[in-house]
Every structure is written in C-alpha cells, then in structure tokens.
Design a protein around this ligand. Structure first.
Ligand code: 4AD
Ligand code: MG
Length: 440
C-alpha cells in the first residue's frame, strides 16, 4: 500500500510509504547506487535507489525522460547534501511506465545546448521540458492570475472578443488575411475596437487574447502571434489613465512576487528583481527626443532626432536601459499613431497616447485616449485612408452615448521577458510564431 502524492505535496521526513509518478529528469547510475531526479510538473524530487534496485538491468538501461512510478519513503537530507526541497525519496521499488529512447534518439541528443537555434525550435515540444522554459511558463501563469486578480478587484469584466475580424486596428501592413466563406477577413491585431463597444454594456472591460501581426522583421521582441492583454476604461482623464496603467502593472507584479511558486522562480531567473516603484517616470515624446539628442543617439538616417521621427526599437532600448526604470513615454505625434487616437487639448500635433517602456525590453504597453466624437473619428479614418464603412459598429459607440475613454494593450511575452530577464520574447512563448516558423 502506498499513497499517491504529487511532488508539491511532499515536504519532509515521513514514515508513510508513498508513490510518485513522473518523468526522469536526471539520472546518475553507479554500482550499488543510483540517483534520479523525477519531475511531475509540480516540482522536482530526488530519488535514491540502492542495492539490487540500482544494479538491476532495468535501472542500468533506464533513460532520461522515461516515465516512472517510484515507491518509498521520504527522508530529509543531512547537512551538506543538496537536492530539490532538501529531501529525497528512498525507493524500495519502481515501475517504468514508458521507456524513452536511448542511443541516437536519446533526449539529450535532440536538445543539445548550443545546437542550431532553428533545429532546437523544431524540438520545441522537448525543449519545453527543460527547467528554464517551464519556469517561465509557471511565471506566466502567475502573471495572468495576477492581472485577473487586480482587474477583479477593480470591477473590470473579462470578455473574449473574436479573433476573426474584418477591420484593422494598427495598420494594414501587418494584417494576416484569409478567406472567410468567400469574403476577405483578418486575424485580429488587437481587440481594442471590440472592447470599446462593450463599455456601454459591461463598463470597464479587459481581455487576454491572442493577437496576430505579420511582422516581417526578425527582432528580439516581435512574434507573429502573441498574447495580448487589453483593457478599456470609461469616463477618465489622460492623467488618471496613466496612473491606472502603472498601478495595475505594479500590483500584478506584486502578486507574482508573493506567489509561493512564481515568486522564487522570478528570483531564480532574474536574481535581485524588485517590483518597480510608483509613480513611473513620465516623459513626453518631445522630452525623449531631447534626451536622445543630448546623448548623441541618432535617428534612422544617422541624424539628430526631429519632431515626427519614429523612435525605433534599438534607440528606444538604449534610452530605457540607460534610464533603467519604467518609463511612461507619452504624447506621441499624430502622424506616428493610428486613426483612433485623441489629440491633446493643448497641441493638436500630439496625441493622448502612451507606451510603457521597461529596461531590457523597451515597449511592453501601448495605449491611448480614444477619439470620442463621431466627426473627428471620421476625419481620422480619412487621414489614414481607411474606409469607415466596415467600422459602422465602432463608430456607433460614439453616436449612441459617447464618453471619454481610453485603453491599452500589454504584450504578455514582453512583460515576461522583462520580469524573467529573457533576451527574447521567443523564450516567453510556448510555441513561438515568427517569420518562417509555424511549427511545431
Ligand atoms: O502598441 P500596439 O500595437 O497597440 C495596440 O495594439 C493597441 N490597439 C492596444 C490597445 O490600446 N488596446 O500593441 C500593444 C502591445 C505592445 O506594446 C507590445 O507589448 C505588444 O502589444 N506587441 C507585440 N508583442 C509581441 N510581438 C509583436 N509583434 C507585438 N506587437 C505588439
Ligand atoms: Mg506600440
């Protein structure tokens, strides 16, 4: 008789005979003694086999990533010995449930460190079993839980807008187009427009939904499919909007750091990480240009920045890394932004827009106040050369009881890259999609 335990349930020394089922993550077989580390998705457990149990043919030919059911009792480790959780299972018996291949096809041959990244990406289903990637995915879970908890507290309603749409949000050049029963349709770039239409029915809303961008460029922070956390808020000022964003981010990060599983994982992946201080540094686009020029960082043509220039990824990151704290970069020129963005009351050249920049990554959030006047919105469509017809439902949000409102989108993989100190968002996505990669 043995009680089935999952690894997270096991703590220290116990007389109870238990059985643990999982995958063999590490294996060291000597004469008369064998150690394995078993993983079950909830934790890691060192298992000791001795005597015949170590010497038997089954143990001598056991392979990494095989599944096993191990029976025995838990012992605490003496001082000076190390194993996950400072305890080990002293086995009296074990079964092999599924023997993984050895030799040429052995797990370690498939996922060799330092191998060609594209070959490793072909084996993503196997590399995901590694400790680093699975840690990032556990942190990701806590991040999503954290935002949901904060939004619940603020009385936002979670919704699931459609992914198949017939309108663009962030420019036609990155749309994925497909045939929808004989009509043209797109994979959504952003759920923003749908969220706006829900304000009159549900009040403040949010969604956590995949967005799709046909990004031609290979960069550290662009995926073709990413998890987009978006929110839309009614009846607030631009200033209140900025405060809302920074507060939500800090509270969600707080939640993650306090989580008993994710908190320690963040510290392991990103030693010394601390939640950012409030309020975030507020910097206007024009102040950023001045900062860049003062630091002799040049625009895409190698010249000093001028009003209207885009601050590209590399320059943005140089500035953010140098300042080394979160920045609410705000009031971008109208010419750089989409049709829906509201102009500032004091200067019609700039918009009530914001990007949140984080050290190591740069932009993780883009948001703005929205045009809430029908005629002005129609002008926005005209300026961008977009036919307003397919947007009748979006325009109606202004016609049937308009309100000042704003919203933002946060790239979950980018937030994770910052939080977990990963070089690229590809390390923060299960099966990343980018130019030339749509498998596994
Ligand atoms: O700045 P973006 O394009 O803004 C919007 O889509 C707005 N409509 C959102 C809104 O107001 N509801 O995208 C928002 C965020 C970016 O700041 C970035 O974090 C992430 O989405 N993002 C990407 N992440 C990974 N790969 C890509 N190709 C991304 N494009 C945007
Ligand atoms: Mg943006």
């Amino acid at each position: 008789a043995a009680a089935t335990k999952r690894i997270f349930e096991i703590d220290s020394e116990s007389d109870e005979r238990i059985v643990v089922k999982g995958w063999v993550q590490q294996l060291r077989v000597q004469k008369g003694l064998a150690f394995m580390v078993v993983r079950d998705g909830t934790g890691y457990l060192q298992v000791v086999l001795s005597g015949d149990l170590a010497n038997c043919a089954r143990t001598q030919t056991l392979t990494l990533e095989s599944t096993v059911a191990v029976y025995g009792k838990i012992h605490s480790l003496p001082e000076g010995k190390h194993a996950p959780g400072n305890r080990e299972l002293v086995a009296d018996y074990y079964d092999v449930i599924g023997l993984a291949p050895g030799g040429q096809d052995a797990f370690t041959n498939k996922v060799q460190e330092g191998a060609d990244p594209s070959l490793l990406m072909d084996q993503r289903h196997l590399t995901l079993r590694g400790e680093t990637l699975s840690s990032v995915m556990k942190v990701r879970q806590a991040v999503l839980d954290g935002f949901r908890a904060v939004f619940k507290d603020l009385h936002l309603t979670e919704v699931t807008p459609p992914c198949m749409v017939q309108t663009q949000v962030e420019g036609g050049s990155t749309l994925f187009k497909f045939e929808y029963y004989g009509e043209d349709a797109y994979l959504t770039q952003s759920s923003q427009l749908y969220l706006e239409t829900l304000l009159p029915s549900l009040g403040d809303v949010f969604c956590i939904q995949e967005s799709f961008r046909a990004e031609r460029s290979h960069t550290r922070r662009h995926l073709s499919e990413y998890t987009h956390l978006e929110s839309e808020l009614a009846f607030l000022s631009f200033d209140e909007f900025l405060t809302h964003i920074e507060t939500v981010i800090v509270r969600a990060v707080e939640y993650v750091l306090e989580d008993p599983i994710a908190g320690p994982l963040v510290q392991k992946l990103n030693p010394g990480f601390e939640k950012p201080k409030l309020p975030f540094l507020r910097m206007t686009y024009e102040e950023a240009l001045k900062w860049l020029n003062d630091h002799e960082i040049t625009n895409e043509e190698g010249k000093p920045f001028e009003f209207g220039d885009d601050i590209a990824e590399a320059e943005e990151r140089k500035m953010t890394d140098a300042i080394n704290q979160p920045i609410l970069l705000n009031k971008f020129p109208l010419t750089l932004k989409s049709f829906y963005m509201k102009k500032t009351p004091e200067d019609a050249r700039v918009t009530e827009s914001v990007d949140v920049l984080m050290p190591g990554v740069g932009e993780i959030v883009g948001g703005s106040m929205r045009i809430d006047d029908t005629d002005e919105l129609l002008e926005g469509f005209k300026r961008e050369g977009i036919s307003p017809e397919p947007y009748y439902w979006y325009i109606d949000q202004r016609r049937y009881g308009t309100c000042p409102h704003g919203g933002y989108g946060l790239g979950v993989e980018r937030l994770l890259a910052w939080l977990c100190n990963r070089y690229t968002v590809r390390d923060c996505s299960l099966y990343p999609r980018y130019t030339g990669r749509c498998k596994p």
